[in-house]
Design a protein around this ligand. Structure first.
Ligand code: GDP
Length: 197
C-alpha cells in the first residue's frame, strides 16, 4: 500500500469525541521518545504529520489522521514519562484505558519498543494489559539502524523470551528504522492485508 493522503482530523482526550465513522483504526503507542512520531512520519511519507517531540510527554492527546480516506491512523500519547505529575498520569491513563476499552473500530495497536534496550517492565506490563483485555496488538521494534545484526537478534530474542513466559505465542512484530525506512513496506502491507481480510 502507498499512502497518498494523510489528513489530520482531530485531537482530544475523550474517546466519545473521536471520529464517528466506522473505518478501521490502527493505533500507535509506546514510551516517550521511542520514535513514534518519526515512525508515523516515515510510514506516511510526511515530515511533520506527527510532531517529533523535543519535550517528551508533552502531547498527551489522542490524534486521529485519516489515511487514503479509508482508515484511521491514531497517534496515542507516549507512556512512562516520569516528569508528568502523578495526578496528571492517572488522568492520562484513564483516557487511554477508555480508548482501548471502548473504541470498537480499533483493529490493531502497534506497540513501539526501542530495540536497543533490554525488555522494559513498563512495555511488558502494557502487553499484559492489551493481551488480558483481548486487544489485538503488534510489536514494532524501533531504531534498528542503531544496532548490528547480532545485537538486534539478541534483543528481540530477549523480548520473545519474556513474552513467552506469559503467553503461548509471540505477537507479530516488525523491525523498523525511521532513518532508513526499514519495516515500512512490511507494516503498510500488514495493514492493507488486515483491511482486506
Ligand atoms: P516520540 O517521542 O516517540 O514521538 O519520538 P521521536 O520520533 O520524537 O524520536 C525521539 C528521538 O529518537 C529523536 O531524536 C529522533 O530523531 C530519534 N529517532 C527516532 N526514530 C529513530 C530511528 O529509527 N533511528 C534513529 N537513529 N533515531 C531515531
Amino acid at each position: 500500500m502507498t499512502i497518498h493522503q494523510a489528513e489530520f482530523i482531530i485531537s482530544n482526550t475523550d474517546v466519545n469525541k473521536c471520529p464517528k465513522e466506522l473505518l478501521p483504526e490502527y493505533a500507535f503507542i509506546g514510551r516517550s521518545n521511542v520514535g513514534k512520531s518519526s515512525l508515523i512520519n516515515m510510514l506516511t511519507d510526511q515530515k511533520n504529520l506527527a510532531k517529533t517531540s523535543g519535550k517528551p510527554g508533552k502531547t498527551q492527546l489522542i490524534n486521529h489522521f485519516l489515511i487514503n480516506k479509508n482508515w484511521f491512523l491514531v497517534d496515542l500519547p507516549g507512556y512512562g514519562y516520569a516528569k508528568v505529575s502523578k495526578n496528571k498520569r492517572d488522568t492520562f491513563q484513564q483516557f487511554i484505558t477508555d480508548y482501548f476499552m471502548k473504541r470498537q473500530q480499533l483493529v490493531c495497536t502497534f506497540v513501539l519498543v526501542d530495540v536497543r534496550h533490554e525488555p522494559q517492565k513498563i512495555d511488558l506490563d502494557f502487553f499484559t494489559f492489551l493481551g488480558t483485555n483481548q486487544i489485538p496488538f503488534a510489536i514494532v521494534f524501533t531504531k534498528a539502524d542503531k544496532l548490528g545484526g547480532t545485537n538486534l537478534k539478541k534483543n528481540i530474542a530477549a523480548y520473545e523470551k519474556k513474552v513467552l513466559e506469559q503467553w503461548e505465542t509471540m505477537p507479530i512484530y516488525f523491525i523498523t528504522s525511521a532513518t532508513n525506512k526499514m519495516g515500512k513496506e512490511e507494516i503498510l502491507t500488514f495493514i492493507d492485508q488486515v483491511n482486506h481480510s
